[in-house]
Design a binder for this molecule. Sequence first.
Ligand code: ADP
Ligand code: ADP
Ligand code: MG
Length: 569
Amino acid sequence: MRIAVHDKDRCKPKLCNFLCMRVCPVNRTGGECIVEDGAGKVRISEVLCTGCGICVKKCPFGAIKIINLPEQLDEPVHQYGVNGFRLFNLPMPRSGVTGIVGSNGIGKSTALKILSGEIQPNLGDSAGWEEVLDRYRGTEMHDFLKKLSEKSIKASFKPQYVESIPRIINGRVIDILAKVDELGKLNEVVDDLDLKNSLEKDITEVSGGELQRVALAACLIRDADIYLIDEPSSYLDVRERLNAAKAIRKTTEKIVYVVEHDLVVLDYLSDNIHVIFGEQGGYGIISNIMGTRAGINEYLTGFLRSENMRFREEIRFGVKPPTSTKKMSVLVEYPEIRKKYDRFSLEVDAGTVKTPTIRGILGPNATGKTTFMKILANTEKPDGKEVSIGVRISYKPQYIKATEEVVISLNMKGELIDRFRLTHLLDKKLCELSGGELQRVAIADCLSKDADIYMLDEPSAYLDVEERLSLAKYLHSFGYDNKASVMVIEHDILLIDYLSDELMVFSGESGVFGKASGPHDMREGMNMFLKEMDVTFRRDPDSGRPRANKKDSQKDRQQRESGQYYYSG
Ligand code: ADP
Ligand code: ADP
Ligand code: MG
């Protein structure tokens, strides 16, 4: 089956004068394949479309997709209007934590919204509940949908974009949480998520990480039948991510769905997972349910066995022999660094930057990681003597300013435009981009410059899992091919593990003081960091990816006893 998907936001007939209608061969011979839709945009007939792809190529805004679907599929369970995105199926709700993994724009939030009752499924057209229930009659899904149709399912939702919360709700954190504490679990959850020091603050004053934890707390203390948690780890550091995962896992007698792009976190919190695949903005299909370990491994291989479906090339995280940086050449040495702000002080050991190396930088939020990068990049002054390392630095900041600047002026390398899928963004202004698009532009911009040291401050923020994996693979070869030094501040352990030759570890008390040591070799650095985090990691024998051990499991106890928090063997 062939479908035509048309992005109404991108479609700008005023600028192209309906170019697609003019080039369509069916239209040119008198047919009405592409027509004006009555609202100033276009509609494409899937019956008349021959799949020639000319409109797709000619549309200057990349607004049209003609997609051949992989196999004979049923009609979609939901479609956003004519030529809109289609979701083909739903996961079957069951108790326990079910993870959902897949790229952005593939229907994850749509699926969650249907399960929560927020969207009524329309079977691709304008079906009502009766027709929906008819289609599912005799299946396990029927009972759940019936309850949804009767509005007798109560859902508790943690939205993806926590930034918008302070615009909707106001007041002190404690008052906001107390109001929704239907389970009487407020104190327990505040402990689990380490929110004690945030309770008295006004919701407009908390940091991104606090906001994420407040939003998660509000979701978990409600009394609901189904909990839907969309990307809980954004803005959180490693310890906070693991704590959030543990808190979510206390709700396993209920139905819990979690969308997550950090594969270590997804692995740690899920009982089972679904992969969702298809085409971004086009259509989505939810895989059969899989055990977490096998499911994530299948996801990395890009091949779903029970569906017999390849959705991309394999991404391998082979265990590399620990890289020795001893033989690499020294690019610069930097002295001890000290910096005091009103309420925060930082101490960084003197160190050496070698090429080519990739340095991972790990540590809790607000311990001075960004400040360290800024001082090396000479955009912030340290106390005492200036740190002048006299090499070219290209720096991608943590927070990217979305200015009026037009993207195309950024002078990016063609290879990076392809790699980071920026072609269709080139005519846009930075302030029009989504978080993930802005991040991709900023990374490509940073890597397009000629430099000796490339610094990337939390590049995975807002990126989906596919983009993270592709970034990891790319950065690795980028550093070596360009004989450059790459430094990456990250909370996604899978990326750090895959990328880094050496590690710098920050510790201290968030917002009060920070102390950094290193660079250490991977084993030493990871051991230090994980000991501080109080968690041990093993390696998956099949995929080579790192996995967090459950506390007090046999492996966890063995590794703690032998001091091997990071099992690299
Ligand atoms: P994900 O959560 O996987 O990022 P979503 O389920 O939010 O994806 O969206 C899937 C696709 O559906 C996207 O292409 C999005 O643009 C489209 N979409 C989402 N909501 C709507 C809507 N209300 N109307 C039209 N299209 C929508
Ligand atoms: P990290 O990158 O590890 O999250 P940062 O280096 O951004 O941490 O910040 C460390 C601490 O320093 C934070 O508590 C932050 O509020 C404080 N800080 C950063 N920049 C300034 C500044 N210009 N003035 C005062 N305090 C600052
Ligand atoms: Mg930072």
